[in-house]
Design a binder for this molecule. Sequence first.
Ligand SMILES: [Zn+2]
Length: 268
Amino acid sequence: MWVDTHCHLDAGEFGDRSASLADEAAQAGVRVIVIPAVARVNFAEVAQLAHRVGNAVYALGIHPLYVPTASEADLAVLRAAVGSAMADPLFVGIGEIGLDFFVPALKEAPLREKQEFFFAEQLKLAREFDLPVLLHVRRSQDIILKHLRRIRVPGGIAHAFNGSFQQAQTFIELGLHLGFGGAMTFPRSLQIRRLAAELPLSSIVLETDAPDISPAWRHPDINTPDQIPRIGEVLAGLRSLALQEIAAATSANARAALPRLATSGVGL
Ligand SMILES: [Zn+2]
């Protein structure tokens, strides 16, 4: 079996195909799809979608690209939503949260400070509810690590990982797993492919980030969660391991990163 640890299955790009895409993924062996929320407006949507399909779970959080339009009241809404979701077996963590310093306006005051405030507040929420986090880390590795050292959370995943070996090592020491997906399938992604080949296998989980980050064979079309086994094949090739070994290891790693998966009833 396979796990897609990061898929925006509720994204508008999918129109009304979300449920059938989850089905196609299940038929391809993807037994678990993790759907992160991005803003208050899709909290209910990701939860409902996870319940509608047989092979998905969800996380709740405010994505850094949605922080500019978010208000502090949204953090209170998130807190309440997390509080009630704790009784829902399909709820697995806090996400997608993080920092994005790629977009120029988000790198400067006051949005930089606003992002850091929302990120820190959501880390505290994860710590309070003892939940893992799904992290968006874009041109912000070291600042994310600084916050993670200060506010210790019980693990999670740095999604679409694209840092140095030293940064990877620090994430791992802080209990995080690292997500690899479509970027790894491009021969020119030398650094990401080297990380995927050489980091401890126990630290790696797979993801599509669908509809984004299409693998090389899909580019520039949109990405879908049924691509996970083929992305896994690329990882198997990079590490000279059997496909089954990659499937078993990355699925076990996903369960370690997201402990609530064990009692979700999904992917068993
Ligand atoms: Zn995402």
